[in-house]
Design a protein around this ligand. Structure first.
Ligand code: HEM
Ligand code: HEM
Length: 191
């Protein structure tokens, strides 16, 4: 369920210091899932990128941590899609064009946050390296070693990684625009 909370704004000379503004926030479950995925992705993405620059002795460890954290993102995203279907997204501020743009970028973020772990998981299996989650739990895969499609899956994973980065840049740009320039309540809705 969505709720409306009182948020005490920082003192502003134009307003009384104790001004109270009503903000319709994202439901608690949505906020927890947002920040959980954000932290995991902000760790998983650089880990994946830096694998190619690592010394041989630690390359496999980087793969293991990258793949295990990334795999976690898949399951949390499935829960998040379910959560999205049963909760209400609070009304956005700003012109229609911007609200539509936000919806499109958020939808694409959802798509790539699911495509990323699936393509990575299938790629590693196709290359002949099944995932053992955090070195503890062997994960069943519908795809065995398949050298003929392994590099295509890797390419999908790589293109998706850069697409996700571009979407994230747009996302942060929009958050900064709202918070620093417009000074509206967009960021408070997710806190
Ligand atoms: C949110 C989840 C994930 C993100 C954001 C992510 C991101 C990345 C990035 C940025 C790279 C480097 C691409 C490049 O070199 O330009 C990479 C490579 C790689 N990732 Fe992921 N990844 C995720 C999940 C996974 C999962 C779940 C697996 C496997 C179980 C995986 C397996 C790999 C592998 C094997 C590579 C090396 C390149 C390749 O063969 O595809 N990734 N990942
Ligand atoms: C690191 C700093 C981040 C900040 C400050 C931030 C902030 C926000 C805010 C304020 C919203 C609500 C926007 C609105 O109501 O229109 C939001 C939504 C969203 N953010 Fe972020 N975010 C961050 C990181 C990320 C990352 C890393 C991802 C994924 C790669 C992400 C994915 C999303 C998605 C998919 C939504 C839409 C939520 C929904 O409608 O269910 N965010 N974020």
């Amino acid at each position: 369920m969505s709720r409306t909370d009182d948020v005490r704004m920082p003192a502003d000379p134009a307003r009384p210091a104790e001004a109270i503004i009503r903000v319709e926030r994202y439901p608690t479950t949505s906020r927890i899932l947002h920040w959980l995925v954000a932290v995991l992705v902000l760790a998983t993405w650089p880990l994946g990128f830096f694998i190619q620059f690592t010394k041989k002795e630690v390359t496999l460890d980087f793969y293991l941590v990258h793949e295990s954290l990334g795999f976690l993102v898949l399951w949390i995203m499935l829960v998040r899609v379910g959560n999205k279907l049963v909760t209400r997204t609070p009304q956005r501020e700003g012109p229609v064009v911007e609200r539509v743009a936000a919806t499109v970028v958020h939808a694409l973020l959802y798509v790539f946050l699911i495509v990323m772990p699936i393509s990575g998981f299938l790629a590693t299996n196709a290359h002949g390296f099944p995932l053992i989650w955090f070195g503890l739990v062997p994960v069943w895969s519908p795809l065995g070693k398949s050298p003929d499609i392994a590099w295509t899956l890797s390419a999908i994973h790589e293109v998706s990684a850069w697409s996700l980065l571009a979407l994230f840049a747009l996302h942060i740009g929009a958050v900064l625009l709202h918070h620093v320039i417009r000074r509206d309540n967009t960021l408070y809705r997710m806190l």
